[in-house]
Design a protein around this ligand. Structure first.
Ligand code: PLP
Length: 339
């Protein structure tokens, strides 16, 4: 075993086949033990529930190499709990949470050569997913399922420097009231594709979705939560039942209060308040935080700064990154040692 020879710092965010992937199957009311396989393809029935009715949920997390050369991942228990929640909402059988974490560890271990070196900015992206695999025609949940995990190395998010994003307030909806916005289901992404391509065509990086019911409160983008910093350095994030509970965002709120001594608040944020804030960032596993430089709300421009990350955003980013890389002590249970 030896680390793969890859130009890690120039790696993008795309699929690269690694050595092993984990597969467990659900049949007759039971999950199989699960095993590692080499084949990256899946043979499915033409009428599989996932293909016809999109019965699928997923997770995303990363493994890193630390300064001491260890391989770790970040709060996988929260991904396990969130996938369990997603499964319950989709009437899918939960893959047991402790087994989920074990399977993540096993899959990363089997692909340890693909974990990028410390300091490269690259990491090993881990994608657990679960879908209905047997044939259905009438609309009902599948009776057979697969839980799988693959991993793929991904490059540094801010290649060529940090570039603050421009968002638009979207006229499309992401999540219906009482719908599935709070779970990580493929269907939320399928319906966002039109809006994201349209945003790009109009020159925006992302859609910032308001709540679908009143269109007057900030929710999140298609794949990241949002946080704001007030002029007096309070960290504020929207509260809503239709936002996906980002693990990065929840961790950053703890970092803000416990590491940086900042006041934090999770509350409804009216669109009319956007211009009051000093800084804005998007949070998710991919980037930790991407600074938002500008939000365009139907012709009205709100600017936070297009040059660089805001000072508080940068402190949040650096602190969480240092925790993840084990450069500074982490709160109990945040770092899961793999190798
Ligand atoms: C995955 C996801 C996020 C980010 O969650 P993390 O756990 O921080 O990676 C935010 N919003 C949506 C809609 C997501 O699907």
């Amino acid at each position: 075993m030896a680390q793969k020879q890859i130009d890690w710092s120039n790696l993008g965010f795309g699929y690269i086949k690694t050595d092993k992937r984990f597969v467990a199957t659900y049949k007759d009311g039971q999950w199989s033990e699960g095993k590692l396989v080499e084949d990256e393809t899946i043979v499915l029935h033409e009428s599989a529930c996932v293909l016809q009715y999109a019965q699928t949920v997923f997770e995303g997390l990363k493994a890193y190499r630390t300064k001491d050369g260890e391989i770790v991942c970040f709060r996988p228990d929260l991904n396990a709990a969130r996938m369990a929640e997603s499964c319950r909402r989709m009437r899918m059988p939960v893959f047991p949470e402790d087994k989920f974490v074990e399977a993540v560890i096993e899959t990363v271990k089997a692909n340890a050569d693909w974990v990028p070196p410390y300091g490269s900015g690259a990491s090993l992206y881990i994608r657990p997913y679960l879908f209905g695999s047997d044939a259905v025609i009438g609309v009902k949940p599948a009776t057979e399922y697969q839980f799988r995990i693959f991993v793929t190395p991904v490059g540094p998010y801010f290649k060529g420097g940090v570039r603050p994003l421009t968002l638009r307030i979207s006229d499309y909806d992401r999540a219906a009231p009482n719908g599935t916005g709070h779970i990580k289901a493929g269907l939320n992404y399928a319906m966002s594709l039109y809006a994201i391509v349209d945003a790009h065509e109009q020159g925006y990086d992302e859609n910032l979705y308001p709540d679908s019911k009143t269109r007057s409160y900030v929710e999140e983008t298609g794949g990241a939560n949002v946080l704001f910093v007030t002029k007096d350095q309070k960290v504020v994030t929207p509260k809503s039942d239709t936002i996906l509970p980002s693990i990065t965002r929840r961790s950053l709120m703890t970092v803000a209060s416990d590491y940086l001594g900042l006041a934090t608040e999770e509350r409804k944020i009216p669109l009319t308040e956007l211009e009051e804030f000093a800084e804005c960032g998007l949070c998710g596993t991919a980037a930790v935080i991407s600074p938002v430089g500008r939000i365009v709300d139907h012709g009205k421009e709100i600017t936070y700064g297009m040059e660089k990350m805001g000072p508080v955003t940068e402190k949040l980013y650096n602190t969480l990154r240092s925790i993840q890389m084990c450069e500074i002590p982490a709160p109990e249970g945040w770092i899961c040692k793999i190798l």
